[in-house]
Design a protein around this ligand. Structure first.
Ligand code: PMP
Length: 407
């Protein structure tokens, strides 16, 4: 079968002398960077850089305008009703910690409980775990069904009048299936429970509408969307920002300070103390433009087709086993174990062939323990992959098994 990426040439790393014949199958960890994004960052840094939101001179005012324009575009991308609902952070991890310490910490008591799912990345577990430990609250874990998605009916049984927060991923990083987050968020809203969605993995599928989902918070990282690291986003539903306190304080977030007290700004800027990571924000905006120009419809149609091919070819290998039963939807990633061969050995052997996959617990140790395993191999797709990558993976896995299986 021939599935060829029309976008591969947009990514300069495939022409890098240092990585000839790169087969990159780790986009769930980070997406590679299109030239257009790198160029936008280079041009900004060379020709337009200044501090934003501070200077009154033209160069600085222009940078402020760029950052606020990026905020507007991200609001549009997420289906948010206002740019004032968009906070720039350093990534999903910071976004989730921000919710924890700016908001949830002001509400939590020893009676409270917080619900997460069994599949969460440590970024969407540790902030809640620590708060619960600190305040004597309880952390409840919603199980997954056989298809690896959150079991709504089981989750509902964990909810009671002391449930403060439900923090779940739209799509988890090891399993990759989409959770019924709309159903969960709507139920939570009807019961006055706050919801936080970790969108780190889902964001590269586009088509997000936070209004429609009815979530309170939505977090994602720019580098999972073909942008740079160092820039992320937290959507905070209108009305919540006013109730939140900055968890990190410093320059740029106040309207009045004396030696003894401060009065903070009201909008998202109150969480963006210090100097903005403007070059990364510019990169994220360029990534959005790049993806919009291709169109989400074309991106998803391509990746679904490629993913279908990947699932089919991997299913032909009787010596590898997906860590959860496959459902009918085709996620862009596949996590598995190989009979009698350690996951790290699989990844190291593939690396010799120039094939980059992830092996380990993928920052989801409790999930692996729940599944009764300590590690898995994960392959994940991006815009630059095509059928030759999958064919090379299949050959690499077959060779690895032949060489390393212990009889
Ligand atoms: N949540 C999920 C589901 C993720 O996949 C990741 C990144 N692997 C994160 C959170 C954390 O993202 P970041 O490291 O960009 O903060």
């Amino acid at each position: 079968m021939s599935i060829v990426s029309p976008w591969k040439q947009d990514f300069p790393v495939f022409n890098a002398d240092a990585y000839p014949n790169l087969c990159y199958l780790d986009s769930a960890a980070t997406c590679l960077t299109p030239k257009r994004v790198a160029d936008a960052m280079y041009n900004y840094q060379c020709y337009s850089h200044a501090n934003s939101h501070k200077g009154l001179y033209y160069l600085s005012a222009n940078v402020t305008e760029k950052v606020e324009y990026a905020r507007t575009r991200i609001a549009e991308f997420l289906g948010a009703s206002s740019l004032n609902e968009i906070v720039f952070t350093s990534g999903t991890t910071e976004s989730l910690n921000l919710v924890a310490y700016s908001y949830i910490e002001t509400k939590i008591t020893s009676k409270s409980n917080i619900i997460i799912s069994a599949a969460e990345h440590h970024a969407n577990l540790l902030p809640w775990q620590r708060l619960c430990q600190q305040y004597g609250a309880s952390l409840r874990v919603a199980p997954l069904n056989d298809h690896g998605i959150i079991d709504f009916s089981q989750l509902v049984t964990l909810i009671d009048s002391d449930t403060l927060l439900i923090a779940i991923s739209q799509s988890a990083n090891v399993i990759g299936k989409f959770n019924p987050i709309k159903q969960i968020c709507q139920y939570a809203r009807q019961n006055n429970i706050i919801t936080v969605i970790d969108g780190a993995q889902a964001v590269s599928h586009g088509n997000i509408n936070v209004d429609d989902l009815e979530c309170d918070f939505y977090a994602f990282s720019g580098h999972k969307l073909y942008g740079p690291t160092g820039c992320g986003v937290l959507y905070c539903r209108m009305g919540l920002i006013e109730q939140m306190r900055p968890y990190q304080v410093g320059g740029g977030i106040i309207d009045n300070v004396s030696y003894q007290s401060s009065h903070y700004l009201t909008g998202p800027l109150k969480f963006e103390s210090g100097s903005h990571n403007v070059v990364s924000i510019i990169g994220l905006l360029a990534a959005l433009d790049y993806l919009n120009d291709i169109s989400w419809q074309a991106i998803n149609a391509y990746l679904e087709r490629l993913s279908g091919y990947m699932q089919k070819r991997l299913a032909e290998l009787n010596f590898i086993h997906p860590i959860v039963r496959s459902g009918d939807s085709a996620p862009y990633l596949y996590s598995f174990q190989m009979n009698k061969v350690h996951c790290h050995d699989v990844a190291s052997m593939l690396d010799i062939e120039g094939i980059a996959v992830r092996a380990g617990h993928h920052c989801a140790q409790p999930l692996h323990k729940t599944l009764g395993i300590n590690a898995s191999v994960r392959v994940s797709l991006g815009l630059y992959n095509d059928h030759t990558d999958i064919d090379r993976l299949i050959t690499g896995l077959t060779n690895t098994y032949q060489l390393l299986k212990i009889e």
